[in-house]
Write a protein of this length. Structure first.
Length: 250
């Protein structure tokens, strides 16, 4: 199913800027290495995506040509049409690994910034005592991505929850009608590097996890099930073809 989803995305073709920097390779640690792509913002130009584990702690890393986290979207002034910028690690894990029920999409870990809304109602990222004003601060989500023609030919969206449906969601689901979790993992930025440390079980599925690295923009639609959140632009893809060549290292 995963290959089918990725294949449907590639039929339409990713933007030329995302695929222009071919000759991708894996280093000795299984990281996906990507050459410089001068056609995209340096802060979203991926040089490497790598994932390591220490027991139940799994560290997702991405190295950028520029300064990680320094480019954020401009505010739209309202939820409808609000832009979202993301560092994304698509994985081969089942969505059920982190508590999503009834989905066969791509489970991805993302770090996002979106100044027009806050979707982490349990957390106060800026420490000002208000849990509802932190959307512009970089924060983490698990999301499930699926092909959705309503977003454009071959494009992806965060999977909607249909009206009247009540699939099991993770305990930290923020209540939005999409397959999204707000687990509270804090992105760490250091120069060219962004790191997300997450907790995952030590089962065989995680041990054999494959992954990739993507930088992308999304946008909130004006109607809830239009779908709610579409991928609108892919800045860069570590592998060049979303083939998830990365392998988790120790």
């Amino acid at each position: 199913m995963l290959k089918t989803i990725l294949g449907s995305l590639l039929i339409a073709g990713l933007p030329a800027t995302a695929l222009a920097d071919g000759n991708h390779a894996l280093d000795q640690n299984g990281a996906v290495v990507s050459p410089e792509n001068v056609e995209v913002d340096r802060n979203y130009d991926i040089l490497a995506a790598h994932v390591h584990r220490n027991g139940r702690t799994v560290a997702f890393h991405m190295t950028l040509q520029g300064a990680a986290g320094q480019t954020v979207p401009e505010t739209a002034g309202q939820l409808a049409g609000a832009p979202v910028h993301s560092y994304v690690w698509p994985t081969s894990l089942s969505p059920e690994t982190v508590g999503f029920e009834g989905s066969k999409g791509i489970l991805a870990l993302v770090a996002t910034s979106h100044p027009d809304f806050d979707d982490t109602p349990l957390f106060d990222e800026d420490g000002d005592g208000d849990v509802g004003n932190d959307g512009a601060k970089w924060h983490a989500h698990w999301v499930v991505l699926t092909p959705n023609e309503a977003c454009g030919a071959g494009a992806l969206s965060v999977q909607d929850i249909p009206d009247g449906a009540a699939p099991k969601m993770p305990a930290t689901w923020p209540g939005l009608p999409i397959y999204i979790d707000s687990p509270g993992f804090s992105p760490v930025f250091s120069g060219q590097e962004i790191t997300l440390n997450v907790a995952l079980s030590e089962d065989s599925a995680v041990e054999g996890m494959a992954y990739d690295g993507v930088t992308a923009a999304l946008r909130v639609n004006r109607s809830v099930h239009a779908p709610l959140l579409c991928v609108t632009d892919v800045f860069d893809v570590a592998s060049g073809d979303l083939s998830l060549p990365g392998r988790i290292g120790e």
